[in-house]
Design a protein around this ligand. Structure first.
Ligand code: HEC
Length: 229
């Protein structure tokens, strides 16, 4: 699904950010969040959402001495954060290794893709506005997600920038760093991994059916693997 690139007006790219993949570049996502979550207008989102209690005039986020606005610094900060590290100790236990095989056998990895190789350094993306640097190019990453939209029966009926059929689709949640979460799924309604998996229907129905057939030990192995990511 294509989403607009705010910093390259008129151009689009495959959406990868936000629950509805409604943004195709990190900077677009940040500009939108600055406006809609914090009420800070910026050069990519210059129009206030409300004038109630607004005491400022003009665009709030102005460039500094370096010519960079807050949204630019924030994008650099996010790009500089590391991916969540795996729990190496847990990952090498027999249970987690067995869980990894089960994950593949159940078909979880059709959406929760294990490995992605980032674009080569020097690739120009985001409508010509960003060049992939050495530090981010040609990297093998293990997000356990395809960043694409699927209907697994947890849809919220909301259409953002996509066509009508995105109403009940959501972005596959990447599973790296899963062990740091206390609640799961976009609505945070799942308090356990078991419940999150059992809520997979629709396109994920088959994988969920196979999960239902697992023995208690196999489930424990799958959870050990998921908690090692
Ligand atoms: C057809 C694609 C698809 C398949 C197959 C699939 N998932 Fe998912 N998974 C998703 C989507 C989409 C979400 C986000 C749903 C939401 O937020 O409502 C998700 C969310 C999750 C979450 C919650 C993550 C979080 O951070 O909240 C877990 C855990 C998970 N999946 C595990 C699994 C496991 C284990 C399997 C295999 C039994 C599986 N999934 C198969 C698409 C899939």
């Amino acid at each position: 699904m294509q989403a607009p690139i705010f910093e390259a007006p008129g151009q689009t790219r495959v959406g990868r950010f936000g629950w509805k993949d409604q943004h195709s570049s990190l900077l677009s996502f940040i500009a939108d969040a600055y406006l809609n979550e914090m009420g800070i207008t910026n050069r990519l989102r210059p129009t206030e959402v409300t004038q109630v209690l607004n005491i400022t005039k003009g665009i709030n986020d102005q460039p500094d001495d370096l010519g960079l606005a807050d949204i630019d610094h924030f994008a650099q900060f996010i790009r500089g954060t590391m991916v969540p590290p795996r729990d190496i100790t847990l990952a090498s236990t027999p249970a987690a290794l067995k869980g990894q095989q089960l994950f593949r056998r159940l078909g979880c990895s059709t959406c929760h893709i294990e490995t992605i190789i980032t674009a080569p350094a020097g690739t120009v993306i985001d409508g010509g506005q960003f060049t992939v640097p050495e530090a981010l190019g040609d990297k093998i990453i293990h997000p356990f997600g395809d960043y694409l939209l699927h209907d697994i029966g947890t849809g919220d009926g909301i259409v953002q920038v996509g066509p009508q059929d995105t109403a009940n689709k959501l972005r596959t949640a990447p599973l790296w760093g899963l062990r740091d979460k206390a609640r799961f799924m976009h609505d945070l309604k799942s308090l356990s991994l078991g419940n999150a998996i059992e809520r997979h229907k629709g396109e994920a129905r088959e994988a969920e059916r196979r999960f239902d057939e697992l023995s208690p030990e196999e489930r424990a192995a799958l959870f050990a693997f998921l908690n090692s990511l």
